[in-house]
Design a protein around this ligand. Structure first.
Ligand SMILES: *Cc1c(COP(=O)(O)O)cnc(C)c1O
Length: 376
Protein backbone atom coordinates (compact mmCIF):
# COMPACT_ATOMS: atom_id res chain seq x y z
CA UNK A 1 0.00 0.00 0.00
CA UNK A 2 1.45 3.36 -0.97
CA UNK A 3 1.28 6.43 1.29
CA UNK A 4 -0.89 8.17 -1.33
CA UNK A 5 -3.46 5.36 -1.32
CA UNK A 6 -3.45 5.23 2.50
CA UNK A 7 -4.08 8.98 2.66
CA UNK A 8 -6.83 8.75 0.02
CA UNK A 9 -8.65 5.98 1.87
CA UNK A 10 -8.39 7.90 5.15
CA UNK A 11 -10.14 10.88 3.54
CA UNK A 12 -12.72 8.83 1.66
CA UNK A 13 -16.30 9.58 2.69
CA UNK A 14 -18.43 7.46 0.35
CA UNK A 15 -19.49 3.91 0.99
CA UNK A 16 -19.09 0.58 -0.77
CA UNK A 17 -16.11 -1.30 -2.16
CA UNK A 18 -13.70 0.62 -4.36
CA UNK A 19 -10.43 0.21 -6.22
CA UNK A 20 -7.77 2.90 -5.78
CA UNK A 21 -4.98 3.01 -8.37
CA UNK A 22 -1.79 4.98 -7.75
CA UNK A 23 -0.46 6.38 -11.04
CA UNK A 24 3.01 6.77 -9.51
CA UNK A 25 3.23 2.98 -9.29
CA UNK A 26 2.15 2.61 -12.93
CA UNK A 27 4.88 5.08 -13.89
CA UNK A 28 7.50 3.13 -11.89
CA UNK A 29 6.37 -0.12 -13.48
CA UNK A 30 6.61 1.33 -16.98
CA UNK A 31 10.15 2.54 -16.29
CA UNK A 32 11.03 -0.88 -14.80
CA UNK A 33 9.98 -2.56 -18.08
CA UNK A 34 12.06 -0.10 -20.06
CA UNK A 35 15.03 -1.00 -17.84
CA UNK A 36 14.53 -4.79 -17.72
CA UNK A 37 13.97 -5.06 -21.48
CA UNK A 38 15.89 -2.07 -22.83
CA UNK A 39 15.59 -2.93 -26.54
CA UNK A 40 11.94 -3.94 -26.38
CA UNK A 41 8.98 -1.60 -26.90
CA UNK A 42 6.13 -1.77 -24.40
CA UNK A 43 2.59 -2.17 -25.77
CA UNK A 44 0.27 -1.89 -22.75
CA UNK A 45 -2.52 -4.52 -22.89
CA UNK A 46 -5.43 -2.13 -22.43
CA UNK A 47 -7.87 -4.79 -21.22
CA UNK A 48 -6.00 -5.04 -17.90
CA UNK A 49 -7.27 -1.60 -16.89
CA UNK A 50 -8.52 0.90 -19.48
CA UNK A 51 -8.95 3.85 -17.08
CA UNK A 52 -8.42 7.05 -19.14
CA UNK A 53 -5.92 8.39 -16.57
CA UNK A 54 -3.76 5.26 -16.96
CA UNK A 55 -3.90 5.42 -20.77
CA UNK A 56 -3.02 9.12 -20.71
CA UNK A 57 -0.04 8.62 -18.39
CA UNK A 58 1.30 5.74 -20.49
CA UNK A 59 0.78 7.68 -23.72
CA UNK A 60 2.79 10.56 -22.21
CA UNK A 61 5.56 8.18 -21.17
CA UNK A 62 5.83 6.98 -24.77
CA UNK A 63 4.15 3.61 -24.37
CA UNK A 64 2.46 1.82 -27.24
CA UNK A 65 -0.80 -0.10 -26.82
CA UNK A 66 -2.28 -3.54 -27.46
CA UNK A 67 -6.02 -3.29 -28.12
CA UNK A 68 -8.77 -5.81 -28.80
CA UNK A 69 -11.78 -3.78 -29.92
CA UNK A 70 -12.91 -0.58 -31.61
CA UNK A 71 -13.68 1.10 -28.32
CA UNK A 72 -10.30 0.25 -26.80
CA UNK A 73 -8.73 1.74 -29.94
CA UNK A 74 -10.79 4.92 -29.55
CA UNK A 75 -9.86 5.15 -25.87
CA UNK A 76 -6.14 4.92 -26.68
CA UNK A 77 -6.43 7.58 -29.39
CA UNK A 78 -8.39 9.82 -27.03
CA UNK A 79 -5.56 9.42 -24.50
CA UNK A 80 -3.19 11.02 -27.01
CA UNK A 81 -1.48 8.07 -28.70
CA UNK A 82 -1.13 8.02 -32.47
CA UNK A 83 -2.36 4.99 -34.48
CA UNK A 84 1.21 3.85 -35.28
CA UNK A 85 1.53 3.09 -31.58
CA UNK A 86 -1.36 0.63 -31.63
CA UNK A 87 -1.30 -3.12 -32.22
CA UNK A 88 -4.66 -4.79 -32.72
CA UNK A 89 -3.87 -8.04 -30.91
CA UNK A 90 -7.24 -9.74 -30.91
CA UNK A 91 -7.22 -12.65 -33.36
CA UNK A 92 -11.04 -12.74 -33.39
CA UNK A 93 -12.45 -9.76 -35.26
CA UNK A 94 -15.52 -8.89 -37.29
CA UNK A 95 -14.86 -7.37 -40.68
CA UNK A 96 -16.67 -4.19 -39.64
CA UNK A 97 -14.33 -3.90 -36.65
CA UNK A 98 -11.21 -4.33 -38.79
CA UNK A 99 -12.52 -1.71 -41.22
CA UNK A 100 -13.38 0.69 -38.40
CA UNK A 101 -9.94 0.56 -36.75
CA UNK A 102 -8.23 0.70 -40.16
CA UNK A 103 -10.15 3.96 -40.77
CA UNK A 104 -8.76 5.18 -37.45
CA UNK A 105 -5.26 4.54 -38.80
CA UNK A 106 -4.33 1.17 -37.27
CA UNK A 107 -2.05 -0.86 -39.55
CA UNK A 108 -0.86 -3.75 -37.36
CA UNK A 109 -3.10 -6.78 -36.77
CA UNK A 110 -2.73 -10.20 -35.17
CA UNK A 111 -4.07 -13.27 -37.01
CA UNK A 112 -3.88 -16.96 -36.25
CA UNK A 113 -5.65 -18.64 -39.18
CA UNK A 114 -6.27 -18.30 -42.90
CA UNK A 115 -9.84 -17.02 -42.60
CA UNK A 116 -8.66 -14.11 -40.47
CA UNK A 117 -5.97 -13.26 -43.04
CA UNK A 118 -8.69 -13.06 -45.70
CA UNK A 119 -10.72 -10.71 -43.52
CA UNK A 120 -7.79 -8.39 -42.81
CA UNK A 121 -6.85 -8.41 -46.51
CA UNK A 122 -10.39 -7.36 -47.43
CA UNK A 123 -10.87 -4.69 -44.74
CA UNK A 124 -7.38 -3.30 -44.12
CA UNK A 125 -5.55 -3.74 -47.46
CA UNK A 126 -1.77 -3.57 -47.16
CA UNK A 127 -1.74 -3.84 -43.37
CA UNK A 128 1.05 -5.58 -41.44
CA UNK A 129 0.10 -8.87 -39.84
CA UNK A 130 1.61 -10.78 -36.96
CA UNK A 131 0.82 -14.49 -36.74
CA UNK A 132 0.05 -15.72 -33.23
CA UNK A 133 1.34 -19.17 -32.36
CA UNK A 134 -0.03 -21.41 -29.69
CA UNK A 135 1.56 -21.69 -26.21
CA UNK A 136 0.30 -24.16 -23.63
CA UNK A 137 0.51 -21.73 -20.70
CA UNK A 138 2.40 -24.14 -18.43
CA UNK A 139 3.70 -22.32 -15.36
CA UNK A 140 1.07 -19.59 -15.51
CA UNK A 141 -1.85 -19.02 -13.16
CA UNK A 142 -4.20 -17.68 -15.82
CA UNK A 143 -3.35 -19.54 -19.06
CA UNK A 144 -4.37 -17.96 -22.36
CA UNK A 145 -3.92 -21.22 -24.25
CA UNK A 146 -6.00 -23.35 -26.64
CA UNK A 147 -8.34 -20.55 -27.64
CA UNK A 148 -5.56 -18.67 -29.45
CA UNK A 149 -2.71 -19.36 -31.79
CA UNK A 150 -1.95 -21.76 -34.63
CA UNK A 151 0.44 -24.66 -34.37
CA UNK A 152 3.93 -23.22 -35.02
CA UNK A 153 4.38 -25.44 -38.11
CA UNK A 154 1.38 -23.78 -39.76
CA UNK A 155 2.47 -20.15 -39.19
CA UNK A 156 4.65 -19.85 -42.30
CA UNK A 157 1.73 -20.98 -44.50
CA UNK A 158 -0.55 -18.39 -42.91
CA UNK A 159 2.02 -15.63 -43.38
CA UNK A 160 2.65 -16.72 -46.97
CA UNK A 161 -1.08 -16.43 -47.64
CA UNK A 162 -0.97 -12.93 -46.12
CA UNK A 163 1.85 -12.06 -48.53
CA UNK A 164 -0.16 -13.38 -51.50
CA UNK A 165 -3.13 -11.26 -50.39
CA UNK A 166 -1.06 -8.10 -50.43
CA UNK A 167 -0.55 -7.83 -46.68
CA UNK A 168 2.85 -7.40 -45.06
CA UNK A 169 3.88 -10.48 -43.05
CA UNK A 170 5.47 -8.68 -40.12
CA UNK A 171 6.24 -11.23 -37.44
CA UNK A 172 5.20 -13.73 -34.80
CA UNK A 173 3.43 -13.32 -31.49
CA UNK A 174 2.64 -15.58 -28.57
CA UNK A 175 1.48 -15.31 -24.98
CA UNK A 176 3.10 -17.63 -22.45
CA UNK A 177 0.12 -17.38 -20.08
CA UNK A 178 -0.77 -14.63 -17.63
CA UNK A 179 0.92 -14.51 -14.20
CA UNK A 180 3.71 -16.73 -15.53
CA UNK A 181 6.03 -17.94 -12.76
CA UNK A 182 8.55 -19.70 -14.97
CA UNK A 183 11.16 -17.27 -16.34
CA UNK A 184 12.12 -19.87 -18.96
CA UNK A 185 8.59 -20.00 -20.42
CA UNK A 186 9.63 -17.78 -23.34
CA UNK A 187 12.42 -20.12 -24.41
CA UNK A 188 10.34 -22.79 -26.15
CA UNK A 189 8.13 -20.25 -27.91
CA UNK A 190 11.21 -18.40 -29.12
CA UNK A 191 12.70 -21.65 -30.46
CA UNK A 192 9.51 -22.15 -32.53
CA UNK A 193 9.54 -18.49 -33.54
CA UNK A 194 13.12 -18.67 -34.82
CA UNK A 195 12.22 -21.77 -36.85
CA UNK A 196 9.29 -19.87 -38.42
CA UNK A 197 11.60 -16.93 -39.25
CA UNK A 198 13.90 -19.40 -41.09
CA UNK A 199 11.05 -21.12 -42.87
CA UNK A 200 9.63 -17.78 -44.04
CA UNK A 201 13.07 -16.64 -45.19
CA UNK A 202 13.30 -19.78 -47.35
CA UNK A 203 10.04 -18.68 -48.98
CA UNK A 204 11.43 -15.22 -49.60
CA UNK A 205 9.49 -13.61 -46.76
CA UNK A 206 11.53 -11.62 -44.31
CA UNK A 207 9.92 -11.20 -40.88
CA UNK A 208 10.82 -8.24 -38.72
CA UNK A 209 9.22 -8.54 -35.31
CA UNK A 210 8.63 -10.84 -32.37
CA UNK A 211 5.80 -9.97 -30.01
CA UNK A 212 6.76 -11.55 -26.68
CA UNK A 213 3.26 -11.06 -25.25
CA UNK A 214 2.44 -10.55 -21.58
CA UNK A 215 2.72 -12.95 -18.67
CA UNK A 216 4.82 -10.74 -16.38
CA UNK A 217 3.48 -11.25 -12.87
CA UNK A 218 2.04 -9.04 -10.18
CA UNK A 219 2.94 -9.93 -6.62
CA UNK A 220 0.02 -11.82 -5.04
CA UNK A 221 0.31 -14.29 -2.14
CA UNK A 222 2.91 -16.41 -3.93
CA UNK A 223 6.36 -14.89 -4.41
CA UNK A 224 7.47 -14.21 -8.00
CA UNK A 225 10.86 -13.61 -9.64
CA UNK A 226 11.92 -10.00 -10.29
CA UNK A 227 11.24 -8.31 -13.63
CA UNK A 228 15.00 -8.05 -14.32
CA UNK A 229 15.21 -11.84 -14.00
CA UNK A 230 12.53 -12.23 -16.69
CA UNK A 231 14.33 -9.68 -18.85
CA UNK A 232 17.63 -11.52 -18.62
CA UNK A 233 16.04 -14.93 -19.31
CA UNK A 234 14.24 -13.56 -22.37
CA UNK A 235 17.39 -11.94 -23.69
CA UNK A 236 19.32 -15.23 -23.22
CA UNK A 237 16.59 -17.10 -25.12
CA UNK A 238 16.64 -14.53 -27.96
CA UNK A 239 20.43 -14.93 -28.23
CA UNK A 240 20.18 -18.72 -28.10
CA UNK A 241 17.66 -18.95 -30.94
CA UNK A 242 18.47 -15.90 -33.09
CA UNK A 243 22.23 -15.54 -32.51
CA UNK A 244 23.41 -12.11 -33.59
CA UNK A 245 20.34 -11.44 -35.73
CA UNK A 246 17.91 -10.59 -32.92
CA UNK A 247 14.74 -9.14 -34.47
CA UNK A 248 12.76 -6.16 -33.26
CA UNK A 249 10.85 -7.17 -30.11
CA UNK A 250 7.81 -5.86 -28.27
CA UNK A 251 6.08 -6.90 -25.03
CA UNK A 252 2.44 -6.50 -24.09
CA UNK A 253 2.28 -6.36 -20.30
CA UNK A 254 -1.08 -5.87 -18.66
CA UNK A 255 -0.94 -7.31 -15.17
CA UNK A 256 2.76 -6.51 -14.78
CA UNK A 257 2.14 -2.79 -15.44
CA UNK A 258 -0.94 -2.10 -13.34
CA UNK A 259 -1.62 -5.08 -11.04
CA UNK A 260 0.35 -3.86 -8.04
CA UNK A 261 -0.74 -0.24 -8.59
CA UNK A 262 -4.23 -0.84 -7.19
CA UNK A 263 -5.85 -1.81 -3.90
CA UNK A 264 -9.48 -2.64 -3.26
CA UNK A 265 -11.01 -1.54 0.02
CA UNK A 266 -13.93 -3.80 0.96
CA UNK A 267 -15.93 -4.52 4.07
CA UNK A 268 -16.88 -7.62 6.06
CA UNK A 269 -20.68 -8.00 5.78
CA UNK A 270 -21.12 -11.23 7.73
CA UNK A 271 -19.15 -13.90 9.56
CA UNK A 272 -21.06 -17.17 9.94
CA UNK A 273 -20.54 -20.65 11.33
CA UNK A 274 -22.64 -23.42 9.84
CA UNK A 275 -22.86 -25.26 13.19
CA UNK A 276 -21.73 -24.35 16.73
CA UNK A 277 -18.70 -26.66 16.58
CA UNK A 278 -17.73 -25.60 13.05
CA UNK A 279 -14.05 -24.62 12.88
CA UNK A 280 -14.30 -23.00 9.50
CA UNK A 281 -15.92 -19.55 9.38
CA UNK A 282 -17.66 -18.21 6.30
CA UNK A 283 -16.56 -14.61 5.78
CA UNK A 284 -18.77 -12.62 3.40
CA UNK A 285 -17.35 -9.45 1.88
CA UNK A 286 -19.20 -6.69 0.02
CA UNK A 287 -17.26 -7.66 -3.13
CA UNK A 288 -17.06 -11.00 -4.92
CA UNK A 289 -16.69 -12.75 -8.24
CA UNK A 290 -19.32 -10.52 -9.88
CA UNK A 291 -17.84 -7.20 -8.73
CA UNK A 292 -14.28 -7.39 -9.90
CA UNK A 293 -12.74 -10.52 -8.43
CA UNK A 294 -13.48 -12.77 -11.41
CA UNK A 295 -9.90 -14.03 -11.49
CA UNK A 296 -10.64 -16.04 -8.36
CA UNK A 297 -12.44 -18.44 -10.75
CA UNK A 298 -10.89 -21.85 -10.07
CA UNK A 299 -9.11 -20.06 -7.17
CA UNK A 300 -6.50 -19.12 -9.79
CA UNK A 301 -5.41 -15.76 -8.47
CA UNK A 302 -4.91 -15.63 -4.71
CA UNK A 303 -4.94 -12.00 -3.66
CA UNK A 304 -3.22 -10.86 -0.46
CA UNK A 305 -5.97 -9.71 1.93
CA UNK A 306 -5.05 -7.41 4.83
CA UNK A 307 -7.22 -6.63 7.83
CA UNK A 308 -6.76 -4.22 10.74
CA UNK A 309 -6.22 -7.24 13.04
CA UNK A 310 -3.48 -9.17 11.25
CA UNK A 311 -1.30 -9.40 14.40
CA UNK A 312 -3.96 -11.57 16.09
CA UNK A 313 -4.27 -15.35 15.92
CA UNK A 314 -5.28 -16.59 12.46
CA UNK A 315 -7.67 -19.36 11.45
CA UNK A 316 -8.78 -20.61 8.04
CA UNK A 317 -11.96 -19.15 6.47
CA UNK A 318 -14.07 -19.58 3.40
CA UNK A 319 -14.32 -16.17 1.75
CA UNK A 320 -17.37 -15.31 -0.35
CA UNK A 321 -19.06 -12.36 -2.04
CA UNK A 322 -22.39 -10.81 -1.11
CA UNK A 323 -24.62 -11.94 -3.99
CA UNK A 324 -27.35 -14.59 -4.05
CA UNK A 325 -25.35 -16.92 -6.26
CA UNK A 326 -23.48 -19.91 -4.92
CA UNK A 327 -20.62 -19.54 -7.42
CA UNK A 328 -19.85 -16.23 -5.73
CA UNK A 329 -17.25 -17.88 -3.46
CA UNK A 330 -13.66 -16.64 -3.67
CA UNK A 331 -11.61 -19.15 -1.67
CA UNK A 332 -12.90 -22.46 -0.37
CA UNK A 333 -10.85 -25.37 -1.78
CA UNK A 334 -7.85 -23.82 -0.11
CA UNK A 335 -9.29 -21.91 2.87
CA UNK A 336 -7.82 -18.49 3.57
CA UNK A 337 -6.30 -17.58 6.97
CA UNK A 338 -7.94 -14.52 8.55
CA UNK A 339 -7.75 -13.23 12.14
CA UNK A 340 -9.98 -14.95 14.68
CA UNK A 341 -10.89 -11.50 15.99
CA UNK A 342 -12.14 -10.28 12.57
CA UNK A 343 -15.50 -8.57 13.03
CA UNK A 344 -18.50 -7.63 10.94
CA UNK A 345 -17.99 -4.10 9.63
CA UNK A 346 -14.18 -4.36 9.50
CA UNK A 347 -12.56 -2.94 6.40
CA UNK A 348 -10.26 -5.28 4.48
CA UNK A 349 -7.71 -4.41 1.82
CA UNK A 350 -7.36 -6.66 -1.21
CA UNK A 351 -3.92 -5.99 -2.64
CA UNK A 352 -2.57 -6.03 -6.18
CA UNK A 353 -6.01 -5.57 -7.71
CA UNK A 354 -5.14 -2.92 -10.30
CA UNK A 355 -5.44 -5.39 -13.21
CA UNK A 356 -8.45 -7.36 -14.43
CA UNK A 357 -10.93 -6.12 -11.83
CA UNK A 358 -13.02 -3.06 -12.80
CA UNK A 359 -13.85 -4.28 -16.29
CA UNK A 360 -14.78 -7.74 -15.04
CA UNK A 361 -17.35 -6.21 -12.71
CA UNK A 362 -20.99 -6.85 -13.64
CA UNK A 363 -23.23 -3.89 -14.40
CA UNK A 364 -25.54 -4.52 -11.50
CA UNK A 365 -26.05 -8.16 -10.54
CA UNK A 366 -28.36 -8.27 -7.52
CA UNK A 367 -28.46 -4.49 -7.64
CA UNK A 368 -24.82 -4.00 -6.67
CA UNK A 369 -23.24 -1.26 -8.76
CA UNK A 370 -20.06 -1.92 -10.77
CA UNK A 371 -16.78 -1.64 -8.88
CA UNK A 372 -15.94 2.03 -8.36
CA UNK A 373 -12.43 3.13 -9.31
CA UNK A 374 -10.37 6.14 -8.20
CA UNK A 375 -7.16 6.83 -10.07
CA UNK A 376 -4.91 9.10 -8.05
C1 LIG B 1 -4.33 -10.11 -22.07
C2 LIG B 1 -3.25 -10.02 -23.07
C3 LIG B 1 -2.01 -9.51 -22.71
C4 LIG B 1 -1.66 -9.12 -21.28
O1 LIG B 1 -1.30 -10.21 -20.53
P1 LIG B 1 -0.71 -10.07 -19.05
O2 LIG B 1 -0.42 -11.45 -18.65
O3 LIG B 1 -1.74 -9.38 -18.24
O4 LIG B 1 0.52 -9.24 -19.14
C5 LIG B 1 -1.05 -9.38 -23.70
N1 LIG B 1 -1.31 -9.74 -24.97
C6 LIG B 1 -2.49 -10.23 -25.35
C7 LIG B 1 -2.71 -10.60 -26.77
C8 LIG B 1 -3.50 -10.40 -24.42
O5 LIG B 1 -4.67 -10.91 -24.79
Amino acid sequence: MTARIREFLKQRRDDGPCLVVDLEVVRENYLAFAKALPDTKVFYAVKANPAPEILKLLAELGSCFDVASVSETEAVLAAGATPERISYGNTIKKECEIAAVARLGVTLFAVDCEAEVEKVARCAPGARVICRIHCDGTGSEWPLSRKFGCEPDYAADILELAHRRGLVPHGISFHVGSQQHNIEAWDRALASTAAIFRSCAERGISLAMVNLGGGFPARYVRKTPKLETYGRAIFRALRRHFGNAIPETIVEPGRGLVGNAGIIEAEVVLIAKRSPEDELRWVYLDIGKFHGLAETIGESIRYPIRTPRDRDEMAPCIIAGPTCDSVDVLYEKLPYPLPVSLAIGDKVLIEATGAYTTTYSSVGFNGYPPLRQYVI
